[in-house]
Design a protein around this ligand. Structure first.
Ligand code: ADP
Ligand code: ADP
Length: 232
């Protein structure tokens, strides 16, 4: 895991009078899972996307392991930070294997190493490699697509994993199952995870600490689930 520091982070979108994120500061420790929970539109996705530089902050700073993210070149940043999103974000014209291989190839892994890694990742998320590696995303159920999305995010073994409502699009039973798998992965892989959801129960289940966000991502509470449940 790696540490992540958000320092006085703000983001205003052009043409939008009020900022999406307003002066947010937060320290995330190596290996912990922090869940950002808050209502739709409060700036959770914007905050997450600034961490992997899909969006540039208007002001403020982000450091991963004490290194300013603006100083990390794009390929190294992709290796450091995995990203999984609600819609799974899989490329429809690529097979499952090609989707998972994307970042490892980009960072220059050998073909043999990439091939082994794809199998390993499919096993990890509970999909039989022989059955699934050659399929296209449209040939998978919603839950299976989410699994492949998580496998892709983990493929280059990044110390940081960002997850934006990754289980939002699946039925409750599958979601429960994927949450349990994530809990298992947390213990096995020791990633630093920032997980975004609007579902308080999901936050309580998955977070080592929970940041309860109000509008503009202002942090109302930042504490363990136990502390938040006893002192709401
Ligand atoms: P959340 O993830 O909590 O639902 P978002 O970060 O997606 O919130 O959005 C925060 C605010 O910023 C919302 O008011 C949203 O409408 C606005 N917003 C998000 N993306 C853009 C954009 N590309 N351009 C303008 N406004 C945006
Ligand atoms: P879930 O309960 O996860 O939503 P589905 O009912 O969508 O699952 O799918 C059940 C099974 O059918 C899965 O093993 C999935 O791989 C397979 N499947 C679903 N859609 C297709 C498709 N278009 N082509 C091939 N197999 C499919």
């Amino acid at each position: 895991g790696a540490s992540i520091e958000l320092e006085h982070l703000s983001k205003s979108y052009p043409g939008n009078p009020s900022p999406a994120v307003d002066d947010v500061s937060m320290e995330i420790r190596p290996g912990e899972t922090v869940v950002l929970v808050g209502p739709s539109g409060c700036g959770k996705s914007t905050t997450l996307k600034m961490i992997n530089r899909l969006i540039e902050p208007t002001s403020g700073r982000i450091r991963i392991d004490d290194e300013d993210v603006t100083r990390i070149d794009p390929v190294r940043l992709r290796r450091k930070v995995g990203y999984a999103i609600q819609s799974s974000g899989l490329f429809p014209h690529m097979t499952v294997a090609e989707n998972i291989a994307l970042v490892p190839k980009m960072v220059g892994w050998s073909k043999a190493r990439v091939r082994g890694r794809v199998e390993e990742m499919l096993d990890l998320v509970g999909l039989d490699p022989g059955e699934f590696h050659g399929r296209y995303p449209r040939q998978l159920s919603g839950g299976q697509q989410q699994r492949v999305g998580v496998a892709r995010a983990l493929a280059a073994d990044p110390p940081v994993l960002l997850m934006d409502e990754p289980f939002g699009a699946v039925d409750p039973v599958t979601r429960d199952h994927l949450q349990d798998e994530l809990l298992r992965l947390q213990h096995e892989l020791h990633k630093t995870i920032v997980f975004v959801t609007h579902d308080f129960d999901e936050a309580i289940k998955l977070g080592d600490r929970i940041a309860v966000l109000r509008e503009r991502s202002r942090v109302a509470q930042f504490d363990t689930p136990e502390a938040i449940l006893t002192n709401p």
